[in-house]
Ligand binder design. Structure first.
Ligand SMILES: [Fe+2]
Ligand SMILES: [Fe+2]
Length: 307
């Protein structure tokens, strides 16, 4: 194989699709053996403020991704994108089985809608995953290192984390492939369209983070006030937020971001180096880390300083 990969070439398409297809793990969610959790572990799992949002998002993402798989004309791209749609649906199934097994209440949600523009939906959701997974990789590492849950449970999520790495590797190369296939004169418009959609996704996450900071927890704001699950869920989520610092151990923002950077690189390292990697979030975070103070004995969270 030649050393340099020409973006938009047949070789680029084959490499990005084959890498994705050949690294697919055909596990079945129903074969997962869920480990027993002690009372503390179960409380911790239930308190994670993610189950409603994650279950809904995975189901919606599966429909969005599959809609592009169904309409894509190129057979190899269609195969890879449909496989990604299947994996997203499998994420939703894993979450459904987990929440059922451990008795975690999840609010019902309407059947996700098929997008009118599958290409745009795939791009948006893919870049959204680039933003989310960067921090998810770091948080997951902290959770594993802190032995928050039995290995049998973290192994299930290890698989999902690595699938996220494959998904973001695919999206950035797919977008670069689409861009390179366009005549040079149309590429600035593509860049603008892509940047606009990435900014939209970043804005959504900022809004979600502000809601979390304001005590909103799992960003499900449409829940009826009288819902029987609501008080318990709010209680446990508040508990998780309050306890998470002690649960994960003492860490500074800088060390957390460094963990995210390292994990991001590690998770993407097994794949062909000629494929593009997501660079936007890592490059911004690297700049942030550069200006953050190094951790020292006096580096404590704001609430501890105030105490
Ligand atoms: Fe997913
Ligand atoms: Fe994904």
């Amino acid at each position: 194989m030649s050393k340099a990969l020409v973006l938009g070439s047949e070789e680029h398409k084959k490499l990005l699709c084959r890498t994705f297809i050949d690294t697919h793990d055909p596990f079945k969610p129903e074969d997962i053996r869920w480990p027993e959790l002690d009372a503390e572990g179960l409380e911790r799992l239930k308190a994670m403020p993610v189950w409603n949002e994650a279950t809904r998002t995975e189901a919606a993402t599966a429909v969005k991704v599959q809609s592009l798989g169904d309409t894509e004309k190129d057979p190899l791209l269609a195969e890879a994108i449909s496989l990604q749609g299947y994996e997203e649906g499998r994420h939703a199934d894993v979450l459904r089985l987990l929440t059922r097994h451990y008795g975690i209440p999840v609010m019902p949600f309407p059947e996700p809608e098929v997008p009118a523009d599958p290409t745009r939906a795939f791009l948006r959701t893919g870049y959204g995953e680039c933003l989310d997974s960067f921090f998810a990789f770091g948080l997951f590492r902290l959770g594993v290192d802190a032995d928050l849950f039995p290995k049998a449970l973290t192994d299930v999520f290890e698989q999902i984390m690595q699938e996220k790495a494959r998904h973001i590797l695919f999206i950035v190369n797919w977008a670069a492939y689409l861009r390179a296939r366009r005549p040079a004169a149309l590429r600035p418009a593509f860049d603008l369209w892509r940047a606009w959609n990435i900014a939209g996704q970043a804005f959504d996450r900022l809004k979600g983070a502000l809601q979390m900071a304001g005590g909103g927890g799992d960003k499900d704001k449409k829940e009826p006030k009288g819902s029987p699950e609501a008080p318990d869920r709010d209680h446990t989520q508040a508990g998780f937020t309050l306890k998470s610092h002690s649960v994960f151990g003492d860490f500074s923002l800088r060390s957390f971001l460094e963990t995210c950077l390292n994990e991001n690189e590690r998770r993407l390292s097994p794949y062909d180096p000629r494929l593009l990697r997501p660079t936007l979030v890592p490059s911004v975070v690297r700049k942030v880390v550069y200006v953050l103070p190094r951790r020292n004995a006096s580096s404590k969270g704001p609430e501890e300083k105030a105490a």
